[in-house]
Every structure is written in C-alpha cells, then in structure tokens.
Design a protein around this ligand. Structure first.
Ligand code: ADP
Ligand code: UDP
Length: 235
C-alpha cells in the first residue's frame, strides 16, 4: 500500500506526492478553483473528492475500452494512485459544440453543434495562457514525436467517442474537454483528470451548465452542479 512521500509539485487543483515506488505517484485533489489563467481564484466545497471519484470511475471505464491511462487505484476520498508520467507539454482539446475559447477565437456564438469534432493542440504554458499550436510547431520544437502525436490523436478521439456516448445516456452533452498525456515505460498514457474542471457538460434539452463555467461566469449553484455530475456519472 502506497504511503505519502515528499511533495513533488503543487499545482492549481492538485498536489503530487512521491511514494516508495519511483514508478508511482499520488494525485491529491484540492477544492481550490482557478479560472482565466489563475486571475480568478476560489474554492468549490468538496470539489476535490468529487473530481477524484469521477476521474477514477472514468479512467477505469476508458481502460476497459482500450485507452491506456495512468490510473492505478483510488486510495481515499481525495487521493488517487497513478503511474508516474513524464508529461508531454501539450493540452489536447476536443470540441463537439462551440463554447469558450473556440467561440472567442473565431467570433462565433456558443452552442453550435459542430459537423465533426474539432481537435486542438495547446502548448502547456501558464505564462503564455496555453496558446493554440499546430503539429509543425510541436515537431519543429521537439515537444513530441510524430508517432506520439498520432497515438495521442487516436486515443483522444476514442475518449471523445466513448465519453460522448456515456454522457449522452445520462442526459448530458459533452461539449468539449481537455486531456493530458505522458510517457511511462516507453508508452503513451492518458494522465491528469477528467472532471467538471476539465470538461464542459450541458444538460440535454435545457443546456443547463453543469461544469466549471458556473464558477468562471458566477452562475451560482457551483457545488450542486459538481455533485449532480458525479451522481449522473455513477448511476
Ligand atoms: P496545474 O499544473 O495546471 O496547476 P494541477 O493542479 O491539476 O494543474 O496539477 C497536476 C499536475 O500534475 C499537472 O501539471 C499535470 O500535468 C501533472 N500530472 C498529471 N498526471 C500526472 C502523472 N501521472 N505523473 C506526473 N505528473 C502528472
Ligand atoms: N480546459 C482545461 N484547462 C485549461 C483550459 C481548458 O481543462 O487550462 C478545458 C475547459 O474546461 C473546456 C475545454 O478545456 O472544457 C476547452 O476550453 P477552452 O479552450 O474553451 O478554454 P476556456 O474557455 O476554458 O478558456
């Protein structure tokens, strides 16, 4: 059984701890919430436990359908044991419906159902606000190999197909989401978390927002939205 070792990193939403096994780390999920590149800060009560439970459940579902993830075991309410990754400094976004950054970038309204999913690479840099980049930028700067990009692209589309269907059965449209991948023993694994912090969830029919946009946009009932999503995922 893994026990807490030294703190390796404290991020905006999670803390990473070492374990006695150098191949494994613990993700500790905090209630801290940030938005707009950490210009807006707050806490969402029980968010850490909620995101840990939802992510643990979804990672197991994805593993079972052939997407390799870092997930090993949920250790407690807020702790997840994961395989240690060398994180690829890219954030993948897949969009099924326009919202957020894409609506802003292209000057279009939110809520347009896209004719096909839109795949985006963002360079993982808080200082730069995670800018949109393309394959050429990544290959020219040796951020990842072309094989890795191909693997990440295929896995991300599989995640989108799986999760879109899973949430649709629960009355939710998966609008968009962000994924992170890393290298472990020469293999690309899905890492980080999948939660209302990293996905946009709209209730089908009403388009009621059930994700971090309630915090970003001061819409109220933030905690209730996270709990409702956890309930729907586990049902
Ligand atoms: P941020 O770094 O953006 O503030 P978090 O607070 O969520 O984000 O911190 C979690 C950090 O851990 C992220 O930088 C993420 O890339 C990294 N990470 C996620 N999964 C793993 C893993 N399995 N091994 C190592 N690092 C990971
Ligand atoms: N996202 C994320 N972390 C980030 C940026 C985006 O988890 O640093 C998620 C966000 O919650 C949404 C999707 O990625 O589900 C697309 O976000 P977008 O690019 O529209 O940016 P935002 O509107 O969050 O600025």
């Amino acid at each position: 059984m893994a026990t807490h070792g030294e703190q390796l990193y404290e991020g905006k939403a999670k803390i990473l701890y070492a374990t006695e096994d150098p191949n494994l780390v613990i993700q500790y999920f905090k209630d801290d919430a940030t938005a707009f590149n950490a210009q807006k800060r707050g806490t969402i009560m029980d968010k850490g436990a909620c995101n840990n439970k939802m992510s643990s459940h979804l990672f197991q579902l994805l593993e079972a359908s052939g997407v390799p993830t870092h997930f090993v075991k949920q250790l407690s309410d807020r702790e997840m044991l994961v395989k240690k990754l060398q994180i690829v400094p890219l954030e993948v976004t897949i969009r099924n419906i326009t919202a957020g950054g894409m609506a802003k970038l292209l000057g279009i309204e939110e809520g347009i159902v896209l004719a096909r999913p839109v795949f985006e690479w963002h360079y993982k840099s808080d200082a730069l606000g995670d800018p949109l980049i393309n394959d050429d930028h990544i290959l020219a700067l040796n951020l990842a190999t072309s094989d890795e990009l191909e693997t990440i692209r295929q896995l991300s589309h599989r995640v989108n197909d799986m999760l879109s269907a899973y949430f649709a059965k629960r009355g939710i449209d998966l609008v968009d989401f962000k994924l992170e991948f890393g290298r472990h023993d020469g293999q690309i694994l899905l890492g980080d978390e999948i939660s209302p912090d990293t996905c946009r969830f709209w209730e089908q029919g009403t388009r009621r927002k059930l994700d971090k946009d309630r915090f970003r946009r001061d819409l109220g009932d933030v905690e209730a939205a996270y709990q409702e999503m956890l309930r729907r995922v586990l049902e």
